[in-house]
Write a protein that binds this ligand. Structure first.
Ligand code: ZN
Length: 244
């Protein structure tokens, strides 16, 4: 007790110093976090279709394109978040983005996607779809870019190269130019990935397999990281491998 009385002033001072140091530490930590947060790049992942618009359907299983698109987007989201990116999804559920299923729903759905993209200020936009063709033999993943956009083309090239390098790649393709709303609705580097053909039984078997979709998402994410690791594509030297 005597000891405590003698050193009370000293102990009080030390406690106060500790409290101030802790508060300052928390403050700097918070500031650092905010700065790091501000520097994080955003990617928009767009799962095509949804709600009453299921997209195309599998010839064997009747699987809906909209369900597969969403599944691939969730797997992609994991990959990007693990790599430290901020991810914005246009569609997060089975539902479409059009509100009520009344005439003009498709236009409303697409406008909502454009709003989300523009509000996110993303480093890139990837729209995920499944393909369908009258010739059942047509197979493989196909990437589309916006004709008048060099950055869209570079992104599409990186994505297509990565998809072409997959062990299960059925057909190597070059990216194609496409006149699509989701590519034209903003100036951000945007690409459409048609993951495979639901009109082809072998592609359908792959696309309805969760393991294959994981592999596919890995390839898409790897292609996107290649694009983002080039300073020319992000407006500055963003070292994507050092961010947490
Ligand atoms: Zn589609």
């Amino acid at each position: 007790m005597k000891f405590f009385h003698r050193y009370r002033g000293l102990l009080g001072g030390a406690a106060l110093l500790l409290a101030v140091a802790f508060a300052l530490g928390v403050c700097f930590f918070a500031l650092d976090r905010t700065a790091a947060e501000a520097q994080r790049l955003t990617v928009v992942l767009d799962a095509g279709h949804g709600g009453i618009d299921g997209g195309v359907t599998g010839v064997k299983t009747g699987v809906k394109e909209s369900d597969l698109n969403l599944s691939v987007v969730f797997l992609l989201q994991e990959r990007f978040e693990e790599a430290g990116f901020r991810v914005v999804l246009t569609r997060k559920t089975e539902a479409g983005l059009y509100g009520l299923a009344t005439p003009g729903f498709k236009k409303r759905d697409m406008q909502k996607r454009a709003e989300i993209i523009c509000g996110a200020n993303p480093a890139l936009v990837i729209s995920v779809h499944m393909n369908f063709f009258s010739l059942p033999s047509r197979r493989g993943a196909q990437v589309f870019f916006r004709e008048d956009s060099e950055s869209s083309k570079r992104l599409a090239c990186n994505l297509q190269s990565s998809l072409n390098a997959m062990p299960d790649c059925a057909r190597r393709s070059d990216p194609l130019r496409g006149d699509y709303f989701i590519l034209n609705c903003s100036e951000y580097p945007s690409a459409i990935v048609e993951c495979g053909f639901l009109s082809n039984a072998e592609d359908e078997a792959l696309l309805t397999d969760g393991g294959y979709r994981k592999e596919l998402a890995g390839a898409i994410a790897a292609g996107a990281m290649t694009f983002l690791s080039s300073p020319a594509n992000t407006g500055g030297g963003v070292d994507i491998f050092s961010r947490g």
